[in-house]
Design a protein around this ligand. Structure first.
Ligand SMILES: Cc1ncc(C[n+]2csc(CCOP(=O)(O)OP(=O)(O)O)c2C)c(N)n1
Length: 196
């Protein structure tokens, strides 16, 4: 089903962030995806989802629609996405040209004790995305292929989804849990708030 290398979330997140030169927005999903986004180097255009599984992509969709000239990336765990699969069809139907989703598939709910997710056995996230209408969905074969898919996404004319198989490591850092600060910094970073 997936002839892909098992990679590492922090390494891939760092590779993505290094490629961002135009104040692209990045939305990190609950837990490890936003921990590693934070650890890869905080940017004012980063938003760190706290609390609810599966809201990374819906939030990113809102940002992409509100600011169509800005590229938007969203990072989500496989367990979180499986809890909010309807977001894929909504995104496919609205088809924002500037949104790229990355699914960090470790086949487990790592942060709550490594219980297996359905992606470990029966669900192929990229096949689900393609069948939801996201035709440009692909598994990254290895780190080089991931970087190539990100380069493609930076020039894409429709929403794209990249699946990556990752190891069972927890996030490298821990996001500072201050929701008001996270929101205000992000709004400043997106130029929708004036500095005090
Ligand atoms: C709606 C909801 N249900 C359950 C939880 C508890 N919870 C928080 S993170 C998590 C697991 C996330 O798994 P995944 O998205 O695959 O990321 P990973 O931890 O593997 O990086 C769970 C069950 C929650 N925060 N929200």
């Amino acid at each position: 089903m997936r002839n892909t290398k098992v990679m590492n979330r922090f390494d891939l997140t760092s590779r993505l962030v290094k490629k961002l030169k135009h104040e692209e927005a990045v939305i990190g999903g609950i837990g490890n995806t936003n921990f590693d986004l934070w650890a890869a180097g905080h940017r004012p255009q980063n938003f760190y989802m706290l609390g609810s599984m599966g809201l990374g992509f819906p939030i990113a969709l809102g940002v992409a629609l509100a600011q169509p000239e800005r590229r938007v990336f969203a990072l989500e765990g496989d367990g979180s996405l499986l809890m909010q699969l309807g977001s894929l069809t909504t995104i496919a139907a609205l088809s924002p040209k500037n949104l790229t989703m990355v699914v960090m598939d470790n086949g487990i709910y790592q942060i709550t004790g490594a219980q297996p997710t359905p992606a470990a056995q029966v669900a192929d996230i990229v096949a689900i995305a393609a069948a939801s209408g996201l035709a440009g969905s692909a598994w990254a074969a290895d780190e080089e292929d991931f970087e190539r898919l990100i380069d493609q996404a930076l020039a894409a004319t429709g929403p794209t989804l990249i699946g990556v198989r990752i190891d069972d490591k927890p996030g490298v850092g821990t996001t500072r849990r201050d929701p008001v600060q996270i929101r205000e910094r992000f709004m400043l970073g997106l130029n929708v708030r004036q500095p005090l």
